[in-house]
Design a protein around this ligand. Structure first.
Ligand SMILES: Nc1ncnc2c1ncn2[C@@H]1O[C@H](COP(=O)(O)OP(=O)(O)OP(=O)(O)O)[C@@H](O)[C@H]1O
Ligand SMILES: [Mg+2]
Length: 384
């Protein structure tokens, strides 16, 4: 029995998390997958992306306004007649998402306004480590609960570590139960402590800027009022990630470092019992580079360049010395690419050993039309 392809996988799922190390093609793959799913599977497909390149946004017809937190439906007329379903896109804006979260979950208007006006809160994206990964999870929770889409494809941020995103819900739960949080909120909760520690706060204010610690304490006290909701949603999100309707797609290139990282990611997903669906190997060199006869011809071109150059020079209207140089250069470059392609094949085989579905996507010349490139990538993802 052959392993079902990415088309069958996506047809059976509601949420796809596209992860992998930096620069391997996660955003491009998520967009191509979304386009292909909307064309071939139909339904309402949302790609929740992170910082898509200008070229990609233009290709999708997102216009000058670009993409923000609000989901926009891409024009079917722009995407071509093949599209059966609806393709929606949104870009995760961390700041706007936090604001929406506070507005949605603050217990009352006064708390909401106090949080939004708190100076620490206003810096939260820079001060709260992993704030981005966390907000992705909140957004997924909200989208999932809304039931607005048949398929949600999530592009993940280029975090230092691809696992950060998986740890986000647990980290939030730990945080709310942590000593750090209790410690930070003490000055607000205890008058005694405030009096006793006044000199400390005065020094701290001088060093950190006035009211810094007070702002911190106030922020966390306010935030704690939303604790129950945060913890509940974090738990539900964890459940959602492990659900059979969710799948993880690990994107990688076949260079040494990303493929090692991809294998690590695969083993971590398996260890955490999270549903690994596929590994997409991106920017793969053509298999023709590995053909024994082609490599033999390239060697011959280098070895017998002088001999071959003479008759060829007349044909291409050049001199034999120039043609000889070109032949040597082309032959040896072909050989080098063949070596890289052979190494890529070994790494692909290593990945196949740990994941039943490995989809190979070729390197596509980026100078062409971006939308056509996306379609070509989509077809490759579908195994066409
Ligand atoms: N199959 C491909 N062939 C040629 N170029 C590609 C291919 N896939 C992606 N690229 C190019 O590689 C670059 C990086 O791709 P992309 O932005 O999708 O990576 P990413 O993993 O999302 O990066 P980051 O981790 O920074 O978010 C882009 O310029 C993109 O156009
Ligand atoms: Mg990206």
């Amino acid at each position: 029995m052959t392993t079902p392809g990415l088309d069958a996988l996506l047809a059976a799922k509601e949420m796809v998390l596209v992860c992998g190390s930096g620069g391997v093609g996660k955003t491009t793959t998520a967009a191509a997958m979304g386009l292909q799913a909307a064309c071939e599977l139909g339904g309402r497909v949302l790609v929740l992306t992170v910082d898509p390149a200008r070229r990609l946004a233009d290709a999708l017809g997102l216009g000058a306004a670009g993409l923000g937190n609000t989901e926009v439906r891409l024009e079917s007329s722009h995407l071509g007649s093949k599209i059966r379903g609806e393709l929606w896109m949104a870009m995760l804006d961390t700041k706007a998402s936090w604001d929406e979260l506070v507005v949605r979950h603050a217990p009352d208007a006064a708390t909401r306004e106090a949080i939004l006006a708190n100076p620490l809160y206003r810096n939260i994206t820079s001060r709260f480590v992993h704030s981005h990964e966390y907000i992705v999870m909140e957004r997924l929770h909200e989208l999932h609960a809304s039931g607005r889409y048949d398929l949600v494809i999530v592009d993940t941020p280029p975090s230092r570590h691809a696992l950060d995103i998986l740890d986000a819900p647990a980290r939030m739960q730990d945080f709310f139960g942590s000593r750090l949080l209790r410690w930070l909120t003490v000055p607000y909760r205890s008058r005694l402590f405030t009096a006793a520690s006044k000199p400390f706060y005065q020094v701290a204010d001088r060093i950190l800027g006035s009211n810094f610690l007070k702002d911190v304490a106030e922020f966390f006290v306010l935030f704690q009022q939303m604790e129950a909701g945060f913890v509940r949603r974090a738990r539900e999100t964890e459940g959602m990630l492990a659900d059979a309707r969710t799948t993880f797609v690990v994107v990688t290139t076949l260079e040494a470092a990303p493929s090692t990282e991809a294998r690590f990611l695969v083993s971590e997903l398996q260890r955490r019992a999270l549903p690994l669906g596929a590994v997409v190997v991106n920017r793969v060199l053509p298999t023709s580079l590995r053909s024994a006869s082609a490599r033999a011809a390239a060697s011959q071109m280098v070895e017998r360049a002088g001999e071959v150059a003479a008759p060829l020079a007349a044909l291409v209207d050049s001199d034999p010395d120039t043609v000889e140089r070109v032949l040597r250069e082309v032959g040896s470059k072909f050989h080098d690419f063949g070596v890289v392609a052979a190494r890529q094949a070994e790494r692909e085989a290593e990945l196949s050993a740990v994941c039943p579905l490995v989809v190979s996507v070729p390197w596509i010349d980026p100078s062409g039309d971006e939308l056509a490139t996306l379609s070509a990538l989509g077809s490759a993802l579908w195994g066409d």
